[in-house]
Design a protein around this ligand. Structure first.
Ligand code: FBP
Ligand code: MG
Ligand code: MG
Length: 345
């Protein structure tokens, strides 16, 4: 019997570049034997809101949605219009989806209880990261963490559902609104990046199984605060200069993190006189990026302790953040804790 030589396209079976986010989420669901599809749907809801925020950021200059909103958030920071717009868009998508029972947002003073006791998940979100760069057309982002609630489904949410350490995250990611728009996330089975194809309105897998280089030549820190650094940080930055490493600082955490994740390097926002606990927020900035960098083989620390082991005490608490290639982060830790290094060496 004559058979045709047609080879069926098997590519959908492998996580090959070009697969849509939707399809990838579906295929990856098999990583969770007891998956019921809710986390998958929640990731889709976040991707949908990201598409809308992407559209808003692209036309920020045209549609008079740049500039200040005229209010300050719980941290006393002036809210930008896009902070508020992004917050509304993500709130809507997360509440409409039905999977979420509570949200912690940079732009909301208190926990947003969605009065949806059947919701399984809690989301912590920085709707718009890098707000100071909105009006000057520099890359900005969104950062999100997803936790499974601890209290029984159907019952009201409890504090224990919200105040979970980063090690309890079931998924985390960020969206980068840059020269291209990307969504990068993990569910604890590696890190994958998707690029948004505007004309098709779809995210496509472009960076499968991202691995952070063990070391790198890039260091990212706001050197304007140099006089406020503790000795270990100052020594490390000095050693970077002596080794002629490249200083790169965009001032948008997501963009600085993303570059260093792909190229190898380290981002540091240490404690300063103005912010003795650092500037960045544990629950909706540091935890998500720490989960991603660890899944990609890197490291995240506050100088001594692993970020993901920090037990949160309040919603908007800050933490020093040292994150990136494992060898560089460990070098900073050694320089910040010379005595311990002496004891252990
Ligand atoms: O201007 P600084 O002190 O260097 O701080 C920049 C950091 O602050 C942030 O803008 C804080 O995030 P938000 O914009 O979400 O408030 C980070 O993205 C960035 O890394
Ligand atoms: Mg931020
Ligand atoms: Mg923000």
């Amino acid at each position: 019997m004559k058979t045709s030589t047609f080879q069926p396209d098997q590519s959908h079976l492998a996580y090959s570049v070009g697969i849509t986010l939707d399809r990838f989420i579906k295929l990856k669901q098999s990583d969770f034997p007891f998956a019921s599809g809710e986390l998958s749907q929640l990731l889709r809801d976040i991707a949908l809101a990201a598409k809308i925020v992407n559209r808003e950021t692209n036309r920020a200059g045209l549609a008079n949605i740049g500039g200040a909103f005229g209010q300050t958030n719980v941290q006393g920071e002036e809210q930008q219009k896009l902070d508020v717009i992004a917050n509304i868009r993500f709130m809507r998508a997360l509440s409409k989806g039905g999977e979420v029972c509570a949200i912690v947002s940079e732009e909301e003073d208190a926990v947003v209880d969605l009065q949806n006791n059947s919701g399984k998940y809690v989301v912590a979100i920085d709707p718009l990261d890098g707000s100071s760069n909105i009006d000057v057309n520099i890359s900005i982002g969104t950062i999100f963490s997803i936790y499974r609630r601890k209290s029984p489904i159907g019952s009201p949410i409890l504090l224990e559902d919200i105040m979970q350490p980063g090690s309890e995250q079931v998924a985390a990611g960020y969206v980068l609104y840059g020269s291209s728009t990307m969504l990068v996330y993990t569910t604890g089975f590696g890190v994958n990046g998707f690029t948004y194809e505007n004309s098709l309105g779809e995210f496509f897998l472009s960076h499968p199984d991202i691995q952070a280089p063990k070391s790198g030549t890039i260091y990212s820190i706001n050197e304007g605060l140099q006089l406020e650094w503790e000795k270990g940080i100052a020594d490390f930055v000095q050693s970077c200069k002596e080794m002629k490493m490249q200083s790169r600082y965009i001032g948008s955490l997501v963009a600085d993190f993303h570059r260093n994740l792909l190229k190898g390097g380290i981002y540091l926002y240490p404690s300063t006189l103005k912010n003795p606990s650092g500037k960045l927020r544990l629950m909706y900035e540091a935890n998500a990026l720490a989960f991603i960098i660890e899944q990609a083989g890197g490291k995240a620390s506050e100088g001594k302790q692993r970020i993901l082991d920090i037990q949160p005490k309040n919603l908007h608490q800050r933490t020093p953040l040292i994150i990136g290639s494992v060898e560089l982060v460990e070098q900073v830790e050694r320089m910040m804790n010379p005595m311990e290094t002496l004891v252990t060496s």
